[in-house]
Design a protein around this ligand. Structure first.
Ligand code: ADP
Length: 606
C-alpha cells in the first residue's frame, strides 16, 4: 500500500533563517567602520597624514592597541598600531581631527540591553524552534504541538489496488473467517445498523511471533479498501509523562477524520500491560494506557474506526483493556498445521522460480512447528542456494537443505572429526533412529547425517511427522524420551563410555519428562493436580513451579525415574538389535548422510 508522507520543508529554509539572524546581529553590533575596507598603514603614515592635516575622524582603542582613522574626505579607513606618543593628542588637536577614545564610543544603554539580553534570547528561541520543526518533520506530523512529541507518528496507508488481500495469507482460515465480518461491515455498515447490531470496536490478534498477525491486519484494510493506520505499541512510550497519552489522542483524532478506517497497534503489550501497585510503577505507560481506554470508550458505536491489535503475551494485558466494549474479540492466530504450512510454502513459492516436481507436502511435513515467517525464510534460503549453485530454478533438494540450514545451520566446511569421533557420532545418530523406528508409534526417520553444522550439531536425525498431532498419549511421550536417550545408550553399549555430545538430548528429554509430571497429570501420585503454571505461552512457554519444597523434591525424583526407565528401555532395544546397530552405523560412517528409506531397507533386510 502507499504510505502518505507529510511534505518536508527544505533544509535551505532553516539556513536562511540563521543567516538572517546573523545579518541582523551584524547590523546592530558592527560599528560604522565595518562597512568599509580598512587599510593597514604604518605609524609614520599616520603622523605624516596628521601633519598634512589630511585626517578626519580618529578612534583610539588603547585596549586593543590600535588607532583607527579616516582621511579628511572621510573616504578611506586606516588602521595602525599604537606607539607610545605623548604628543599625540596635541598633534591631533592641531590637525583639527575629531578624535575620541574607546570609552566615548561605548554603546548606548538600549543597544547594550538588546545585545546582552534580548539577542541571546532570540537566538535561543530560534534554535529551539528549528529543532522542534525538525523533530516534528521526523515524526511525520504537522501542526503546532510543543516540540512535536505529542504527535502520533502512525504510518498511514491508503487504499491501493496492490494492497495485501486475504488470498496472500495462506492457512489461518478461522482467523480469516472472523475478520471477513469486519470487512463486510466496512463495506456495508447500513446492513448492520438496520438490525441494530454493532461491530466490535477492538479485535485482538493473539499468537506466536511470525504467524501473520500484521499481514492479516493489512489484509483486512486491503479487502475493505479503507485507510490503514499502523503503529507499534512501543512507539507510544515516550520519555516524558503525558506524551504517550497525547500521541494516543492524536492517533484517534486522525482516525476519526478518516473513518471508516482501521487502526493497527502492533505489540500492544508494550502499553497495555497490567497496571499494578508496585513501587516504581511506570507512570508514563499507565497514562498512555488510560488514554487508550478512554479513547476506546469515547467513540460511539458504528463510527467506522476499528482497532486491531496484535500481541504474543495476552496474559500480561490489563483486564480493563480486554473487557467487552474495548477489545471484545480475540482472534487466535496459531502456528500453521500441516495443510497451512503447505499452503504458506506454495504462496511464497509463487514469488520464486521452482521446479514443477517439488513436493510441498513433504517439505511441510519436515518443517513441523515452523511459523509462517520461518517458512517464508526457508523458501528464500532455497532460492539463494539455487543462485549460489548457478541453477535456474529451485529444486526439492534446495528446499530440504534450507530446512536443515534453518534448523541446524550451514554445513561446516572445515570441521575435521577424527575417525573415532566420526564413528561415535554415527553410533549416536543410529541409536536415536533405531530406537525411534523400533517403537511402533514413533515417527519415521527422514534423514540421518553426520555432517557437522554451524549451529553446533555434529550430526542429527531428522524425523517427519506423518500428519497433524493434536493429542499425544502417554506412551508416545515416553517413546519420545526413549528416542532422545537412544544416542547416549548406543555409545554406552558400544564404547562403554559417555561423551559430551548428548547435552541437547538430555535437555529435551528432561523437559518432556517434567511436563508429563507437572502439567499433564501423567504421574499417579499427583493425580490431576497442576504443579506448574505456564507463562508466556506463545514465547517459548516459560513455567514456574507452584508447589511446596517437598513436592518439588518428589517431582525431581519422579523425573529422574521416568528418564532412567526410558533410557533403560532404549538400551534394551539397542542390545536386542546390536547387529543392525553395527551395520547401520558403519553404513552411515561411510556415506555420512543416509535417507530414511535406505535406513529402513537395511533395518528390514533379513
Ligand atoms: P507477526 O505479526 O505475527 O509477527 P507477520 O505478519 O509480520 O507476523 O509475518 C511475517 C512474515 O511471515 C510475513 O511477511 C510473511 O512473509 C510470512 N507469513 C506469516 N504468516 C503467513 C501466512 N499465513 N501466509 C503467508 N505468509 C505468511
Amino acid at each position: 500500500m502507499n504510505e502518505v508522507k507529510q511534505p518536508k520543508k527544505p533544509l535551505i529554509y532553516y539556513y536562511c533563517i540563521v543567516l538572517i539572524c546573523l545579518l541582523l546581529f551584524n547590523a546592530l553590533a558592527m560599528p560604522w567602520l565595518m562597512e568599509r575596507q580598512i587599510q593597514n598603514v604604518s605609524y609614520n603614515t599616520f603622523i605624516s597624514m596628521t601633519e598634512e592635516g589630511n585626517i578626519g575622524r580618529v578612534e583610539i582603542s588603547e585596549q586593543d592597541n590600535v588607532i583607527l582613522f579616516t582621511d579628511k574626505a572621510d573616504e578611506n579607513v586606516y588602521k595602525t598600531a599604537m606607539v607610545d606618543d605623548p604628543d599625540l593628542t596635541q598633534r591631533l588637536y592641531d590637525a583639527g581631527a575629531s578624535f575620541f577614545g574607546e570609552e566615548i564610543q561605548q554603546m548606548s544603554p538600549i543597544l547594550s540591553v538588546l545585545l546582552t539580553w534580548v539577542l541571546p534570547l532570540v537566538i535561543f528561541i530560534g534554535i529551539g524552534q528549528l529543532m522542534s520543526k525538525k523533530l516534528m518533520d521526523r515524526a511525520g506530523g504537522k501542526g503546532s504541538m510543543a516540540f512535536g512529541m505529542g504527535k502520533s507518528n502512525a504510518k498511514v496507508y491508503v487504499k491501493s489496488s496492490k494492497g495485501i488481500k486475504f488470498s496472500d495469507v495462506a492457512g489461518e482460515d478461522e482467523a480469516k473467517e472472523n475478520l471477513a465480518e469486519i470487512v463486510e461491515y466496512l463495506h456495508d455498515p447500513q446492513k448492520y445498523k438496520e438490525i441494530g447490531a454493532s461491530m466490535p470496536r477492538g479485535i485482538l490478534l493473539v499468537g506466536p511471533p511470525g504467524t501473520g498477525k500484521t499481514m492479516l491486519a493489512k489484509a483486512v484494510a486491503g479487502e475493505a479498501n479503507v485507510p490503514f493506520f499502523s503503529m507499534s505499541g512501543s512507539e507510544f512510550v515516550e520519555m516524558f509523562v503525558g506524551m504517550g497519552a497525547s500521541k494516543v489522542r492524536d492517533l484517534f483524532r486522525q482516525a476519526k477524520e478518516k473513518a471508516p478506517c482501521i487502526v493497527f497497534i502492533d505489540e500492544i503489550d508494550a502499553i497495555g500491560k497490567k497496571r499494578d501497585s508496585q513501587m516504581g510503577g511506570n507512570d508514563e505507560r499507565e497514562q498512555t494506557l488510560n488514554q487508550l481506554l478512554t479513547e476506546m470508550d469515547g467513540f460511539d458505536e458504528n463510527n467506522g474506526v476499528i482497532i486491531l491489535a496484535a500481541t504474543n503475551r495476552p496474559e500480561s494485558l490489563d483486564p480493563a483493556l480486554l473487557r467487552p466494549g474495548r477489545f471484545d474479540r480475540r482472534v487466535p492466530v496459531e502456528l500453521p498445521d500441516l495443510k497451512g504450512r503447505e499452503e504458506i510454502l506454495k504462496v511464497h513459492a509463487k514469488k520464486i522460480k521452482a521446479a514443477d516436481d517439488v513436493d510441498y507436502n513433504k517439505i511441510a511435513r519436515m518443517a513441523s512447528g515452523a511459523s509462517g515467517a520461518e517458512l517464508a525464510n526457508i523458501v528464500n534460503e532455497a532460492a539463494l542456494r539455487a543462485v549460489r549453485d548457478h541453477r535456474g530454478c529451485v529444486t526439492q533438494a534446495d528446499l530440504e537443505e534450507s530446512i536443515e540450514v534453518v534448523i541446524a545451520g550451514y554445513q561446516k566446511k572445515n570441521a575435521i572429526l577424527t575417525d573415532r569421533e566420526k564413528m561415535i557420532v554415527s553410533y549416536h545418530e543410529i541409536g536415536h533412529a533405531l530406537v525411534a523406528a523400533k517403537q511402533t508409534n514413533s515417527a519415521p526417520v527422514q534423514k540421518i547425517t553426520i555432517v557437522p553444522r554451524t549451529l553446533g550439531a555434529l550430526g542429527y536425525t531428522m524425523q517427519v511427522e506423518e500428519g497433524n498431532h493434536y493429542l499425544m498419549t502417554r506412551e508416545e511421550m515416553e517413546n519420545k524420551i526413549a528416542t532422545y536417550t537412544g544416542g547416549r545408550a548406543a555409545k554406552e553399549i558400544v564404547f562403554g563410555t559417555v561423551t559430551t555430545g548428548a547435552s541437547n538430548d538430555i535437555e529435551q528429554a528432561t523437559k518432556l519428562a517434567r511436563s508429563m509430571i507437572t502439567r499433564y497429570g501423567m504421574c499417579k501420585e499427583f493425580d490431576m493436580v497442576a504443579m506448574e503454571a505456564q507463562t508466556n505461552q506463545y514465547l517459548g512457554g516459560d513455567s514456574s513451579l507452584t508447589c511446596s519444597a517437598e513436592t518439588q523434591k518428589l517431582i525431581d525424583e519422579k523425573v529422574v525415574e521416568l528418564v532412567r526407565q526410558q533410557h533403560e528401555k532404549a538400551a534394551q532395544i539397542l542390545m536386542e538389535n546390536r547387529a543392525k546397530l553395527d551395520e547401520l552405523s558403519r553404513h552411515l560412517y561411510q556415506r555420512e548422510t543416509i535417507t530414511g528409506e535406505e535406513f529402513m531397507q537395511i533395518l528390514n533386510a533379513v
